[in-house]
Design a protein around this ligand. Structure first.
Ligand SMILES: [Zn+2]
Ligand SMILES: [Zn+2]
Length: 286
């Protein structure tokens, strides 16, 4: 089968290496069927509403607003240029912030009709340790403000649930479903956190959303894809659709470990992967 990578970044977001075209070229070289370009949607318009965001270097987390037009223009050009070699799909990875959908949609409105799908993410917590990006290694000291790691997981799943339940936040795919394990800060009371995980999975199902199998965790200290095999097995039981994302921040990471991961998914029982065009989901066998 020809793989499809639905989660990639590029230099516009200021923390990834390579142009959009570099990622497309790599995907062509790997004979992928689809490359989804899904760079981080801007943050800076939120600061007036959420002043504590000033405590994180948000300008290094996403493209600035003034690059949105450039992003879309480049995507259209490149889709055309490579149309006989690969399907280029347009997306954003959008961070969810409570009560900010109105602001977000004001800026998203202009682009939403051009998108093939939207990744919905939580990278920032507003909890016990204040405002911090829990997946940014520069904030590792914040973990010490929690008595157990589980508290971070619970805050994370509460935010994911808010995101999933929000009637005004547009998304198709929930990303890196157990991201707090990135630095190998593992759950202590397994059953309590797992209860929260299952509650969140049930919400995903109820809202007809899906979850990406994100291989970037294999490159991190956690040494494991997001989510864990245990969670993927629960997803399978609940019949939650999936697709693959490398979360590449370097062209060499495109389709990272897709062969190994599809093998695992088959063992679990999955035999279909989702596919998007203009925010319509279909399925391909694998
Ligand atoms: Zn990123
Ligand atoms: Zn990403």
């Amino acid at each position: 089968m020809r793989y499809e990578d639905w989660h990639t970044h590029n230099s516009l977001c200021k923390h990834a290496i390579g142009t959009i075209e570099d990622y497309i070229k790599e995907a062509v070289k790997l004979n992928l069927n689809v490359i989804g370009i899904s760079d981080h949607f801007p943050y800076e318009y939120l600061v007036s509403e959420l002043p504590t965001l000033d405590q994180i270097p948000y300008e290094e987390y996403a493209m600035p607003l003034y690059d949105l037009d450039k992003y879309m223009f480049q995507l259209e050009e490149l889709r055309e240029k490579y149309s006989d070699q690969i399907h280029v799909r347009f997306a954003f990875e959008i961070d969810y912030f409570k009560h900010q959908d109105y602001m977000l949609n004001k800026y998203l409105k202009k682009y939403i009709d051009k998108l093939d799908y939207i990744l919905g993410s939580v990278h920032v917590l507003f909890g016990k340790a204040g405002t911090f990006a829990f997946d940014d290694g520069r904030f590792l000291n914040k973990y010490r403000e929690y008595s157990v790691n589980d508290e971070i997981y619970i805050e994370f799943y509460n935010s994911l649930q808010d995101m999933i339940k929000s009637p005004t936040f547009e998304l198709d795919i929930v990303t890196h479903f157990d991201l707090p394990k990135k630095f190998d800060k593992r759950v202590e009371d397994h059953d309590t956190v797992m209860e929260k995980v299952i509650e969140t999975l049930e919400l995903v199902k109820k809202n007809d959303l899906m979850i990406e199998i994100n291989t970037s965790g294999l490159r991190k200290k956690a040494k494991e894809q997001y989510p864990s095999e245990e969670i993927i097995r629960k997803m399978y039981e609940l019949d939650i659709p999936i697709l693959l994302g490398s979360d590449a921040h370097h062209p060499k990471e495109v389709a990272y470990k897709f062969k190994e991961i599809t093998k695992l998914l088959k063992t679990i029982g999955y035999n279909q992967l989702a596919h998007y065009e203009k925010r319509k989901r279909s399925y391909i066998d694998f």
